[in-house]
Design a protein around this ligand. Structure first.
Ligand code: SF4
Length: 401
């Protein structure tokens, strides 16, 4: 049976830019929305024949701010996807929204167009913290948007929160999490604030602004994992928590290395054994699609060996983790060097084994970059040792004295 496919559509427009954001999104370019819609529709249509053999089980419209782009345009996009692709009846269809650009009417249009999951950027329940990062909505608008979502018929709501914000304390973070829980979402994403190069936040930090340090962020994170577990939202990925049955199927496909096709500037795809992305330039994308031109930014065939590294990197982000049998039978690699290292991580309280699968603990997730880096080195070493052993064997087989 053909692999199932995910579709990602990128909407690169925002009402204004948040200080920490390095996603490809633009404020003040609303004049290009109509042309962008034309380009997207055209691109989605011309790609459809390539995907005919693949049932689509997730669609994700992200950004940017899709809700700011407008429900009518989103409805048109979903209509074309449903018409030209083999979208399964129970496909998960997510639309990202911000509290200041949704209302009940727009949400009803989206629901009717097939969207069944909303991912809302709440970030904080504290007005001062929101202002500090230049989010343009208020905590009150989050409440109103969550109510509007329910009334419009959405029964799968996810809220995004950020910890480690300027001036944030353990108490203010706890208040944010409790506020989010009071809105009874099905899913929560809690991200640690990262200072990305080239953002206004990076400039502020360079000028001396002090943010919660790594230890403070770790305290906030570990408290969150415990609190959400007790509230019925077990962790299923480093930053993601869900009520049973509500893990994001679309995001899981990235971590489980399942295929997806992306549309829009900066969008990535992993399809047909090839990984490729489109230019991070709105005008170049529109022009390339509508007038014919190269819109590919990067494209590469992924050899099995690289897939094997991805398996470690991506699966170890999830509590599902990795399994010896799966690893051996898919990549024909020796698991022993990884096993030895994972046992050392276990002794430190960073990893554990559940039902034959190795995964990190919350303490391990805090160090996941270093721990995965370490495992990748072991894997690389094992690969070369394996090659040397094979070449010796071949050599002997050829009767070399
Ligand atoms: S709304 Fe989202 S995509 Fe837009 S600037 Fe803020 S963080 Fe970035």
């Amino acid at each position: 049976m053909a692999d199932k496919l995910g579709i990602y559509i990128h909407i690169p427009f925002c009402r204004s830019k948040c200080d920490y954001c390095d996603f490809y999104s633009l404020a003040g370019r609303d004049d290009r929305m109509d042309q962008y819609q034309k380009a997207l529709l055209s691109h989605i249509r011309e790609t459809a024949p390539l995907a005919q053999d693949f049932p689509v089980d997730t669609i994700y419209i992200g950004g940017g701010t899709p809700s700011y782009y407008g429900a009518k345009r989103l409805k048109e996009l979903l209509g074309v996807v449903h018409k030209l692709y083999k979208v399964e009846k129970d496909a998960e269809v997510t639309v990202e929204c911000n509290p200041d650009s949704v209302d009940r009417k727009a949400l009803k249009i989206l629901r009717k167009a097939g969207a069944n999951r909303l991912s809302m950027g709440m970030q904080s329940a504290n007005a001062r913290e929101l202002e500090c990062i230049h989010r343009i909505h208020t905590p009150q608008q989050v409440n109103e948007a969550a109510t509007a979502a329910r009334k419009a018929g959405f029964t799968n709501l996810s809220l995004d929160l950020i910890y480690g914000l300027p001036g944030q304390t353990m108490d203010s973070w706890k208040a944010t999490v409790e506020h989010a829980l009071s809105l009874i979402p099905q899913h929560l994403s809690c991200y640690g604030l990262k200072v990305e190069e080239g953002t206004p936040l990076a400039a502020r930090v360079a000028e001396g602004e002090v943010l919660p340090d790594d230890d403070q962020q770790a305290d906030l994170y570990l408290w969150t994992v415990g609190r959400l577990e007790r509230a019925g939202y077990p962790q299923y990925e480093i930053s993601n928590f869900a009520k049973p049955g509500f893990a994001s199927r679309h995001n899981l496909r990235y971590w489980l290395t399942q295929p997806y096709i992306g549309f829009g500037p900066g969008a990535h795809s992993d399809f047909g054994g090839r990984r490729y992305s489109f230019v991070r330039d709105l005008d170049a994308y529109i022009q390339g699609v509508l007038q014919g031109g190269d819109i590919i930014d990067e494209s590469e065939l992924i050899p099995k060996r690289e897939r094997c590294g991805e398996y470690l990197m991506l699966r170890l982000r999830t509590v599902q983790g990795i399994n010896e049998q799966e690893y051996r039978s898919t990549y024909f690699m020796d698991f022993a060097p990884l096993q030895a290292r994972l046992e050392q991580f276990q002794a430190q309280g960073w990893a554990e084994q559940t039902d034959g699968r190795w995964h990190f603990t919350p303490q391990g997730f805090l160090l996941s970059n270093q721990l995965i880096g370490d495992l990748l080195e072991r894997q690389e070493q094992a690969h070369w040792e394996d090659l040397v052993a094979k070449s010796r064997h071949d050599h002997l087989d050829q009767g070399c004295p």
